[in-house]
Design a protein around this ligand. Structure first.
Ligand SMILES: Nc1ncnc2c1ncn2[C@@H]1O[C@H](COP(=O)(O)OP(=O)(O)OP(=O)(O)O)[C@@H](O)[C@H]1O
Length: 242
């Protein structure tokens, strides 16, 4: 609610979020789109509690988030929130399967090896469970990170360009998996993407420009999203010329 985020000293301040108010209803899939530098990653980081907004408040399940001690925030994050970020952050000494089960082990939860292997299978990594990250391609590492983000069935999953490094077939498998997480497990997904085809898997799209929400779209199609992106880009250029 009313999120702002500025970086740097006041003499050289960068405004990444200029007052964003939005909500992600439980059991829905939202895509966040906008030009490079529009604040998408910053919004995800503030909404997920990885970073604190300069002003404004984040609520999760009606509870004010990013309040209390770091330990309390970390505990809350571990049990409720899943992350799939651009830097895969896989631990190099662990196998793919161990990386997937790590968040659950950290949260002290029971690990279903079978369910985690099934997830690796779904992202096209059957047979790769025992490999370490250095023995996997960038796209394969990204898919391990996706399986890890979904494995503990957190109520909200924040994904930053989850299909960015993937070929069309792998990307489609990952998007289908995210869709399934929403439809079958009632998880909430918030995904940053530049790809209108990926955005079309979502229930709605939020468009950001210069740290502000400049539009939303329900039941997006790839064509409608592309058109809207072009329109926003044009408006921004015309605005910049004034
Ligand atoms: N740690 C930081 N320190 C200073 N400025 C930052 C920092 N992180 C982001 N910014 C600035 O904040 C603005 C928004 O960045 P952000 O990464 O949220 O954009 P984005 O829409 O995710 O971009 P992209 O699509 O290129 O990933 C940019 O102008 C960026 O340069």
């Amino acid at each position: 609610m009313g999120l702002t985020k500025t970086y740097g000293p006041s003499s050289n301040e960068v405004t990444a979020l200029a007052g964003v108010t939005t909500s992600f209803a439980a059991g829905t899939f939202t895509a966040v789109m906008g030009p490079s530098g529009s604040g998408k990653t910053t919004l995800l980081q503030c909404a997920s509690g990885l970073d604190r907004p300069t002003t404004g408040t984040v609520y999760v399940d009606g509870r004010e988030f990013v309040q209390g001690s770091e330990a309390a925030i970390t505990r809350f994050r571990r049990t409720r929130i899943g992350f799939v970020f651009q830097q895969y952050n896989l631990l190099p000494t662990l196998t793919a399967l161990q990386n997937v089960t790590l968040p659950m082990r950290l949260a002290g939860r029971k690990v279903s090896r079978k369910q985690c292997l099934a997830l690796l299978d779904q992202v096209g990594l059957a047979g790769y469970a025992d490999r370490r990250p250095t023995e996997l391609s960038g796209g394969q590492q990204q898919r391990v990170a996706i399986a890890r983000g979904l494995a503990s069935r957190p109520s909200i999953v924040f994904a930053d360009e989850p299909t960015g490094a993937l070929d069309g077939t792998s990307a489609a498998a990952v998007l289908a998996l995210l869709r399934q997480a929403v439809d079958e497990h009632h998880q909430t997904i918030v995904m940053v993407t530049h790809d209108p085809i990926a955005a079309a898997f979502a229930d709605s799209v939020v468009f950001l420009t210069d740290g502000r929400i400049v539009g939303t779209m329900k039941d997006p199609s790839a064509a409608a999203v592309s058109e809207q992106m072009l329109r926003l880009d044009l408006a921004r250029r015309n605005g910049g010329q004034r």
